[in-house]
Ligand binder design. Structure first.
Ligand code: PMT
Length: 400
């Protein structure tokens, strides 16, 4: 598809082997009709010469915070105001850490501080560096502040490692820039999402729960919001902040989640059931702490309401996507849930391993619907969420 992009873009390039991809991105942006100014960090200049970007953009490249000539042409505050969007690609681990802290010790960082419109970053680094808790926390904080995080991809890396950390290809970044400027596919739609685990109390100090971190559901909430939807997130207990612009309703148990969801079904166009809802709760919750009296303890459990089935069972159900968390027979079990729970779509999610499912930062999803399926290959949960919302929006538009 030929993309036309009559926009002003600041392309930030940081130091990393993926800096060469920025040259290709610049070429594609210029071809699409965008006006681009390139800002490079000193480390980026070690990987690619500024002259390359100057030749491709037709403009001088900004590299030095103390460059009087460049400042007199367009100072860094003016450059930040000029841009419709700032894209940092590749964004190194070091740059991401400094951006999170609010450093301004190079020109690109000062621009990030001065930029009032959107900033998108395309992380690129070694897979261990990406997985490091410090990097993950930095990305989480930036996402919570509204920075768009595009990628990374999984695959073979320049250093020979394999894993998450490769920068998205230039074409993919161009597509995301284009989508950013389109009216969102879900503009005006009300999306209800469940996320996280539920907790089923045994007594005042103990509960039954599962390993859901909420990362997948929260990423979906953010992606739906970025697609223009009005998002309500019904969340079990997790350690995550609500994405910007998303209304969160916090619940503990499956029954509380059921009540919250049913209160919003009538006003929702789309329902996404990503929560790991406990199938059973303790039949008789003790009001007092249960004392250890013998070597064995038997708990009697009673079924919880099936929230997603209750939603698809109402007279005019919203378009509903359920999840199927499976350790085996993924497609078969998911297809069974698709029809048994009367869903419009289902996201089959392999669980019980270190790369996909519960608690992981990455995921792989097989999307199924009547007469169709699509694999979303291994990628970070925000990336999977963006792809999933994009496909869901197309299916929703086809049916409605
Ligand atoms: O939170 P993360 O750590 O990021 O992990 C994400 C995830 C693995 C939890 C998520 O991607 C996922 O797979 N969620 C569904 C988990 C689950 O409970 O699957 P299930 O196959 O048991 O349930 C099928 C569907 O019925 C799900 O949409 C579930 O939300 C729904 N359900 C289940 C039981 C119940 N009582 N009510 C429900 O609505």
């Amino acid at each position: 598809m030929q993309i036309t992009l009559k926009k002003k873009i600041v392309l930030g390039v940081t130091g990393g082997i993926a800096a060469y991809k920025a040259a290709e991105l610049l070429r594609l942006l210029i071809k699409a009709g965008a006006e681009v100014r390139v800002v490079m960090t000193p480390a980026a200049c070690e990987f690619v010469q500024p002259l390359t970007f100057q030749a491709l953009s037709g403009h001088r490249v900004y590299t030095d915070i103390f460059d009087g000539e460049a400042e007199s042409a367009m100072d860094h505050i003016e450059l930040a105001r000029w841009a419709d969007l700032m894209v940092v690609a590749p964004a190194s681990a070091d740059f991401i850490a400094k951006m999170r802290q609010g450093y301004g010790d190079n020109l690109l960082l000062t621009l990030c501080l001065a930029e009032k419109k959107s900033i998108a970053i395309a992380p690129a680094m070694n897979q261990q560096m990406y997985a490091n808790l410090a990097t993950q926390e930095n990305l989480k904080v930036l996402a919570e502040r509204g920075t768009l995080i595009w990628g990374p991809n999984a695959g073979e890396q320049a250093c020979g490692d394999v894993g998450l950390g490769r920068m998205l290809e230039a074409e993919a970044v161009l597509r995301l820039i284009n989508i950013h400027f389109q009216p969102g596919k879900l503009t005006g739609k009300r999306v209800l999402i469940t996320a996280g685990p539920t907790r089923e109390s045994i007594d005042p100090v103990r509960y039954i729960s599962n390993h859901s971190s909420g990362k997948m559901g929260y990423a979906l909430a953010q992606a739906a919001r970025q697609a223009g939807a009005d998002v309500t997130l019904v969340s079990g207990p997790v350690n995550l902040a609500a994405p910007p612009g998303v209304q969160r309703i916090s619940v503990e148990s499956a029954v509380e989640m059921f009540d919250a969801v049913m209160g919003y079904v009538d006003v929702s166009d789309i329902f996404i059931a990503c929560a790991a809802v406990a199938d059973y709760r303790v039949a008789q919750q003790s009001q007092q702490k249960i004392k250890k009296t013998s070597d064995q303890m038997v708990l009697s459990l009673t079924p919880n309401p099936d929230i997603v089935s209750a939603v698809t069972g109402v007279d005019e159900p919203p378009f509903t996507l359920g999840f199927a968390a499976e350790t085996e027979n993924l497609e078969q079990y998911a297809a069974d849930k698709l029809s048994r729970k009367k869903l419009d779509m289902i996201a089959a999610n392999r669980v019980g391993n270190s790369e996909t499912g519960f608690g992981t930062d990455s995921n792989e999803i097989l999307l199924l619907w009547a007469g169709g399926k699509q694999l979303l290959p291994l990628a970070g949960k925000p990336e999977i969420a963006r792809q999933l919302i994009d496909i869901l929006a197309d299916r929703y538009a086809e049916i409605n």
